[in-house]
Write a protein that binds this ligand. Structure first.
Ligand SMILES: C[S@@+](CC[C@H](N)C(=O)[O-])C[C@H]1O[C@@H](n2cnc3c(N)ncnc32)[C@H](O)[C@@H]1O
Length: 259
């Protein structure tokens, strides 16, 4: 559904796995969720960056993602652990299962969800599906890139290189974001993801993918949580536990299902 050429999807999985190694958000998530809950579901678990440390911390974890290149990376990180499972699923259209103590929507998935559905509807649906898959009293953990000034983040005509490097097949390339525009009224951010690769056998591969995302406001997230039967227990604007303010850059929320 990303519409990327397979060689690009494979390159992304390798580069993501290599570049995204910051453990701050994982340690923070572990400290906020605490030791009590046992069954954890991570939505859009990718290559297991968050899922595997949670399994290593002793939780029974399940991960869902629709990208096989990403999912294929999890096995080698698990060393035969029997408390981790994952499966291929489109988290908008497919079933999540039930009986979980915690659902994790981290790694900015509330923003980065890929779907043909209206983005705002999809974001709301993620929160509703989390509620459906939790036990009574279960919790949702959201970690979302958040600013009070989205127009400053997203209105950006420049070309920014996000990732650069070679994958395990020797394909070398970069991903850039360009042409970012943000509509404050609708919260819609439009931009282009540009890929430029040189394959191991010298072929040049280029792909521009016009992309659309919806930046949900805190009020929208609060309303969706409320409608899905959640009560917010903790909310932070960064990994230092500061409240959300003009100086912070995240919305990190732990909410309990009360209905
Ligand atoms: C930025 S990665 C984050 C992975 C992981 N949560 C982490 O923080 O490292 C986003 C992931 O969302 C997955 N994804 C996006 N839309 C999805 C959908 N509709 N169904 C399943 N997975 C999806 C992508 O395949 C990708 O692995």
């Amino acid at each position: 559904m990303y519409n990327e050429k397979p060689i690009i999807s494979k390159w992304i999985a390798d580069i993501y796995d290599r570049c995204e190694t910051d453990t701050n958000e994982i340690e923070f998530a572990l400290s906020v969720i605490g030791p009590e809950p046992k069954r954890i579901l991570e939505i859009a678990c990718g290559s297991g960056r968050i899922l595997v440390p949670f399994a290593k911390a002793g939780y029974n974890v399940t991960g869902l993602d629709f990208d096989e290149y990403m999912l294929n990376k999890i096995e080698s990180k698990c060393n035969g652990m029997d408390n981790i499972t994952w499966r291929k699923a489109d988290v908008i259209n497919d079933d999540w299962g039930s009986g979980f103590d915690v659902v994790i929507l981290a790694g900015n998935i509330l923003f980065n969800i890929v779907t043909d559905m209206n983005y705002k509807k999809a974001q709301e649906l993620l929160i509703q599906k989390a509620s459906n898959s939790l036990v009574p009293g279960g919790k949702i953990y959201i970690d979302y890139g958040y600013t009070l000034y989205p127009e400053k983040w997203f209105n950006n005509p420049n070309e920014d290189v996000i990732w650069e490097g070679a994958d395990s097949d020797g394909n070398i390339g970069k991903m850039l974001l360009l042409g970012g525009t943000f509509d404050s009224e609708s919260g819609i951010y439009k931009f282009i993801r540009r890929f430029k690769l040189k394959s191991a056998n010298g072929e040049i591969i280029k792909q521009d993918i016009p992309s659309i995302k919806h930046f949900a406001t805190l009020e929208q997230i609060h309303n969706w949580l409320d409608s899905a039967g959640f009560v917010i227990e903790q909310e932070y604007g960064d990994y230092n536990r500061n409240p959300i303010s003009e100086k912070t850059n995240r919305a990190i929320i732990l909410a309990r299902k009360v209905l």
